[in-house]
Ligand binder design. Structure first.
Ligand SMILES: [Zn+2]
Length: 206
């Protein structure tokens, strides 16, 4: 979440289209946050896609394709492992984006199994919303629902390992913590020794 994984997926699929390869793109029907018929990144890149109810539905539409893109793979269940194996065995390039951990920080099936059988893996990291460190976890801000609750920045924030473990004790978006140098400059302008004092304080001296 917020790591740019959908953006990266779209980039790769666009390149395949530019190379005139036959591309089919899928996403789970559960994820209709932005659009039903497009994959949309947080940075508002988008590409047309087909919404599927189950992983097996991918097989119905993918037999002509050379390249298959699947977003939010964590919502398609264990069946997706078999589906990807079948497609890859048929010589197709299969690109799956998904969350590898759930909101508890536990491996989010079927992504761990897909990581194990993939030839290539790219881990994209977000930025921790508390401290600005690289973040690989998704923190759910409100106590609500089970493992699958679809939401955006209203429900989730990216966190690093440390801030994830702190839970509610870590408070998000503290700008001084996040950008220490900039905040310092705003709060207290740096003046070199011997430099003229700002106009206002000189007036006060007189
Ligand atoms: Zn952090």
């Amino acid at each position: 979440m917020f790591s740019g994984k959908t953006e990266e997926l779209i980039r790769r699929l666009r390149r395949a289209q530019i190379a005139r390869q036959r591309v089919e793109i899928f996403k789970p029907v559960i994820d209709d946050r932005y659009a039903k018929d497009h994959i949309v990144s947080h940075s508002e890149l988008k590409i047309p896609s087909r919404a599927v109810r189950t992983a097996k539905d991918v097989l119905r539409w993918a037999h002509e394709a050379q390249v298959i893109g699947i977003d939010e793979g964590q919502f398609l269940g264990a069946e997706l492992i078999d589906v990807c194996e079948k497609l890859a065995r048929a010589g197709k390039r299969v690109i799956v984006a998904g969350l590898d951990q759930d909101y508890m920080g536990k491996p989010f099936e079927p992504m761990p199994q897909l990581l194990a059988i993939s030839e290539f893996i790219t881990k994209t990291l977000a930025i921790c919303m508390v401290c600005g460190a690289p973040a690989n976890r998704t923190y759910r801000k409100v106590a609500k629902g089970g493992r699958v609750v679809v939401g955006g920045a209203d429900l989730y924030e990216a966190r690093c390992r440390r801030c994830f473990d702190l839970g509610q004790r870590a408070k998000a978006a503290d700008p001084i913590h996040q950008f220490p140098e900039e905040s310092h400059e705003i709060a207290k302008p740096v003046r070199r020794r011997g430099a003229a004092a700002p106009a206002r304080s000189r007036r006060r001296v007189r």
